[in-house]
Design a protein around this ligand. Structure first.
Ligand SMILES: Nc1ncnc2c1ncn2[C@@H]1O[C@H](COP(=O)(O)OP(=O)(O)OP(=O)(O)O)[C@@H](O)[C@H]1O
Length: 252
């Protein structure tokens, strides 16, 4: 399976008359690492919810050749679209390997998944290596460090064969070392996949974003490279006006 690009046209999400996403057009090419930023309430999470089928939306969301809008959450996941949430969703009482096995799940019975494993399937071995947890495969997920839990969740998307990964604040609460490792992991993943990252951490963005889209009040305010977006007066105005704590985002 080859990676597909994400192509969003006229995306609109309305909650009880409130327009949370207001006519967004967005293209993310295969191999890109697109950061999605914007002040609180800009519509970032709602956009990702619309792409993954969690909220109703109008317009068009194509992944490769396939229209996603109107399909249910499970179908969209099976089409290769995976997401993480701000809080990792793991089976804490099971090991790293068991979590990956369950994520890989389809076609494997519960006994296969839970018995002690001798051979590890290639996809699971690849994911363990990519997320840096090969040496922790028998560790209980609940005892992993915060950063490792986030990586395991990304590993679970890899074994599900996600080709489009949508990550919601993946480095929130991480140490400097964990952030660096996460950035390197994004680079590895994006080699043959499409990655979209919602992020507030501007240092992380400067280090690892390939392209950036700024959302504001449900619309695309600015788009381009990190340097282009930082130099955009519209972006400076929104951040300085609405999010003093994030104003460093616009300092060149
Ligand atoms: N289920 C919902 N019902 C009603 N309004 C909602 C719902 N979900 C989100 N909203 C509203 O839609 C707007 C966009 O929210 P969203 O969470 O997408 O913003 P965001 O850019 O992800 O913000 P943050 O950075 O704070 O996570 C906000 O005004 C929010 O209050």
């Amino acid at each position: 399976m080859t990676a597909g690009g994400l192509s969003i046209r006229g995306l609109r999400v309305v909650f009880d008359g409130f327009v949370a996403v207001d006519g967004v057009d967005l293209d993310v090419a295969p191999g890109d690492i697109r950061f999605l930023i914007g002040p609180n309430g800009a519509g970032k999470t709602t956009l990702v919810d619309a792409v993954t089928g969690l909220v109703k939306a109008s317009g068009s969301v194509r992944f490769g050749e396939t229209e996603l809008l109107g399909r249910d959450v499970h179908r969209i996941a099976r089409l290769g679209v995976g997401r993480t949430f701000q809080t990792a969703a793991l089976f804490e009482e099971l090991t790293v390997l068991q979590n990956l096995d369950i994520a890989a799940g389809a076609g494997r019975g519960p006994w296969t998944m839970l018995r002690t494993r001798r051979a590890v399937p290639d996809d699971v071995a690849f994911a363990l290596e990519a997320i840096g947890l090969a040496g922790r495969r028998d560790t209980l997920a609940g005892t992993l460090a915060h950063g490792q839990k986030q990586w395991l969740e990304i590993g679970m998307l890899l074994v599900q064969n996600a080709r489009l990964l949508l990550l919601d604040e993946p480095v929130a609460g991480m140490s400097h070392e964990e952030r660096e490792a996460t950035g390197e992991l994004l680079g590895k993943i994006a080699a043959d996949r499409t990655v979209v990252v919602i992020e507030h951490d501007m240092d992380f963005l400067r280090r690892f974003a390939r392209t950036v889209t700024v959302l504001h009040a449900g619309k695309v305010l600015s788009e381009g490279t990190v340097a282009q977006v930082q130099a955009d007066p519209k972006v400076q105005e929104v951040y300085l006006g609405h999010a003093a704590a994030e104003s460093e985002a616009v300092e060149a």
